[in-house]
Design a protein around this ligand. Structure first.
Ligand code: Z5A
Length: 233
């Protein structure tokens, strides 16, 4: 069920910036990067200025933290310690790229954001939920996404896609976790969607790329009807 436009725009109003903030979430290999590229092209064709970015990373300092986190060097800190580092990277990403881009009227499309901390470090990593929630309030504040596309896929299928793409390269810190971890992630993301139906849209990612892209475009247009009038066909 689509949320009322007023719900969808609540985050944007709280930020008081003209741009819109869209995030992609889901497990490994769900197709986030692929679908982000497709949505960015469609938005640009509709006359929208797009800044595509990712987490962890997206700014020079955050990319340094990305390397440490994905190499597994920070794993000894425990799930909440890692969450703090993801949070530090996110603060820099917000301050140097996301907030200025939104203030300038661009749409920011981000591959993963704070829902990944809730799912990976919180639900699957078992950091205390109240600590993860407190960290999110401090780090994200009013910079909540306007719309989150959750690409939902069976974890075995996602891991197989990620492995095929890697062509035998070693798994990173999180790809190396057991299937039970990835199954817990899927449940955690779906729980977030149930808790925040006004922001999060669940998309079945087991279909052909173009079918998924068409659904994401329809959802985006429904979420931002006034902004995407020019994209109507
Ligand atoms: N992490 C965290 O723990 N806490 C946090 O707060 C944040 C992140 C922000 C970042 O990894 C890691 O950091 C991530 C969570 C953790 N865990 N891991 N590992 P990353 O950025 O390197 O990778 P990722 O975010 O997990 O994404 P990915 O594995 O690169 O997958 P993807 O972007 O979702 O999929 P893709 O690259 O678009 O597609 C994967 C392959 O499938 C590729 O060959 C495509 O051509 C193919 N594909 C795509 N769509 C389809 C369809 N529809 N059918 C068939 N094949 C397809």
């Amino acid at each position: 069920m689509n949320a009322p436009v007023s719900d969808m725009q609540a985050a944007a109003v709280a930020r008081n910036a003209p741009g819109r903030f869209v995030t992609f979430e889901g497990g490994e290999g769900a197709g986030k990067s692929t679908q982000m590229r497709r949505l960015a092209s469609r938005l640009e064709e509709a006359g929208v200025r797009v800044v595509a970015t990712r987490e962890p990373g997206g700014s020079p300092r955050a990319e340094v933290l990305r390397r440490a986190l994905l190499s597994g060097k920070a794993a000894g800190l425990g799930a909440f310690g890692e969450a703090v580092l993801f949070g530090a990277a996110r603060i820099d990403h917000i301050d140097t790229l996301i907030r200025p881009a939104l203030a300038g009227g661009a749409w920011v499309i981000c591959d993963r954001f704070a829902d990944s901390t809730r799912a990976y470090q919180g639900a699957a990593g078992k950091a205390k939920p109240e600590l993860i929630a407190a960290l999110e309030r401090v780090v994200v504040g009013p910079m909540k996404p306007d719309l989150t596309i959750l690409l939902d896929l069976d974890p075995e299928a996602g891991l197989a896609r990620a492995r095929a793409r890697a062509g035998g390269d070693a798994a990173d810190r999180f790809e190396g976790e057991q299937l039970a971890f990835h199954t817990a992630l899927r449940t955690a993301f779906l729980d977030i969607a149930r808790q925040e139906p006004g922001r999060v849209r669940v998309v079945d990612a087991a279909r052909a790329e173009h079918e998924i892209a068409d659904e994401i475009w329809a959802l985006t247009r429904a979420a931002f009807p006034a902004e995407l009038k020019r994209g109507e066909q």
